[in-house]
Write a protein that binds this ligand. Structure first.
Ligand code: LMR
Length: 353
């Protein structure tokens, strides 16, 4: 009996202590002093920045630099989470994800904006920007500004333009030296009417497909070839599943860095300023480094792979450019006279390749 009373007393005491601890903790929570650090975390702005290419590319590295500078400039109050390699969304999905606010920032190839606004097709015209200088002039001048502004009608905030580089042609059915060498080939392109027309004019069948499906389709030989920059050919190892590479520099591949515009408008002026300044720095870096990266990676492909490489001569480039001239006429009304004349003027002022 005695031991029963003893056990009961111990249990009652234990219960009383637990109730006291619980109550005390609740009181303590209610009276917790204001904590700056916790407020900081609650107020931190997180921006998801999704893109489809590898990290070791002009876009991948510019995005990382941008994220680092935003973090430094905002003392950690703005965090840019960069998600590369289509880890979050494929290139087809990312534009919708941006518009619905599921992701706050993307940097699609400018080609992929042409279905929203046909003016963007101007950057895909073959040999429109035949030199590095002409690319930088077009992007940083009137042409680039007009294009970025055109996104406002689509509720997107166009922030800046980045460069990857010149597109080249790879195939399993080469060498590709003259336009007719592509006749009958099945090629992967970014979805674009200009690019379809471009390859149609040389007798190839070009299909707009997701970037991250390209390697598999080339490897399984469902496709003969594709066009892309050296940086994408290198980082995605297309050279392993292709026998011929033609250095044609026939087209431009670059990016529009875009934010969901409702999200942008909700940022404070100071947050917008930090983002704009960090982007300016990343853009300057991108515009000076992208061509060098493509060159270094071409040297690596040349050294470490067995792909056969042909460099088009100036005469050969002229032959391709002539064959593709009708693309300009075909898209004149969609692009608009004014913008197209500016591009042709720029192209002709660099009348050599
Ligand atoms: C492609 O689809 O080939 C490119 O747009 C990929 C990229 O973002 O560079």
């Amino acid at each position: 009996m005695k031991s029963f009373i003893g056990i009961a007393l111990i249990l009652i005491a234990g219960l009383a202590v637990s109730i006291w601890i619980g109550f005390h903790t609740k009181m303590a929570e209610g009276t917790l002093p204001y904590d700056d650090d916790q407020k900081g975390i609650q107020d931190q702005v997180v921006i998801k920045f999704s893109h489809v290419v590898a990290e070791n590319t002009p876009k991948g590295l510019a995005a990382q630099r941008f994220a680092k500078r935003v973090n430094e400039k905002s003392n950690g109050q703005i965090k840019i989470e960069v998600i590369p390699n289509g880890g979050l969304y494929s290139d087809q999905e990312e534009l919708e994800a941006l518009q619905s606010g599921d992701v706050q920032m993307i940097a699609p190839a400018t080609t992929k904006l042409s279905s929203f606004s046909p003016k963007w097709q101007i950057l895909d015209l073959p040999y429109a920007m035949p030199t590095r200088e002409s690319i930088i002039k077009a992007l940083n001048g009137d042409i680039g500004n007009t294009l970025l502004q055109s996104l406002e009608e689509k509720n997107m905030k166009g922030l800046t333009l980045w460069i990857n580089g010149f597109k080249q042609i790879t195939t399993n059915d080469g060498p590709v030296v003259h336009p007719d060498d592509l006749s009958g080939q099945n090629l992967r392109i970014m979805p674009s009417k200009v690019l379809e027309k471009q390859f149609d004019l040389v007798g190839a069948k070009a299909v707009g497909l997701d970037f991250n499906d390209t390697y598999r389709l080339l490897e399984s030989k469902e496709l003969n070839g594709e066009e892309n920059t050296i940086s994408n050919i290198y980082s995605k190892k297309f050279f392993d599943v292709q026998s011929h590479l033609t250095i044609s520099n026939h087209g431009f591949l670059g990016y529009a860095v875009i934010m969901n515009d409702e999200f942008w408008n909700k940022l404070t002026k100071q947050q917008q300023r930090i983002i704009s300044e960090a982007l300016d720095e990343a853009t300057r870096w991108n515009q000076t480094q992208s061509f060098a990266m493509n060159e270094e990676q071409l040297a690596l492909i040349e050294r470490n792979s067995s792909i056969d490489i042909h460099y088009l001569t100036k005469e050969e480039k002229r032959e391709w450019a002539k064959r593709w001239e009708p693309v300009y006429r075909a898209f004149k009304s969609e692009i608009g006279d004014d913008l197209l004349s500016k591009m042709i003027q720029l192209r002709d002022s660099y009348n050599d390749f």
